[in-house]
Ligand binder design. Structure first.
Ligand code: THU
Length: 132
């Protein structure tokens, strides 16, 4: 599938503008292309109990599932200045579940796969192998 990275970044930027980040003052927006062609987005949602903060990727995954599911194909994450951000470690694991090792990510060093960002990942395949 053709990936329009510019459009994905615009969608991530629009989502970033919806962020609720009064504590860090670090709004984050994410957007991803799904294998059926739709785009899902998310923004970070912080909490007075800091540790309960939801990263933007949490919102994206919730939106993915709530809008019909599917596999993530391409992902981008931006900050308030339009810089590309790398997903935090926990969010790499979220992306692993719904995009897998082949998920493509925009980075300052070009397009990378999730396998490069999260090598030797633990994912649904491991569970399948061990639960039958
Ligand atoms: N944040 C995200 O939304 N996603 C990431 O992958 C990195 C961090 C948010 C969480 C928090 O609201 C703010 O960025 C500062 O850490």
């Amino acid at each position: 599938m053709q990936i329009n990275w510019e459009h994905l970044k615009e969608q991530a930027t629009a989502a970033m503008k919806q962020a609720y980040a009064p504590y860090s003052k670090f709004p984050v927006g994410v957007a991803a292309l799904v294998d059926d062609g739709r785009i899902v987005t998310g923004c970070n949602v912080e909490n007075a109990s800091y540790g309960l903060t939801l990263c933007a990727e949490c919102g994206l995954v919730s939106s993915l599932i709530n809008s019909g599911g599917g596999r993530l194909i391409a992902f981008t994450c931006v900050d308030i200045s339009g810089n590309l951000l790398m997903p935090c470690g926990r969010c790499r694991q979220l992306l692993q579940e719904h995009g897998g090792s082949k998920l493509q990510l925009a980075t300052d060093d070009g397009i990378k796969t999730l396998a490069e960002l999260l090598p030797w990942a633990f994912g649904p395949e491991e569970m399948e192998k061990r639960l039958d």
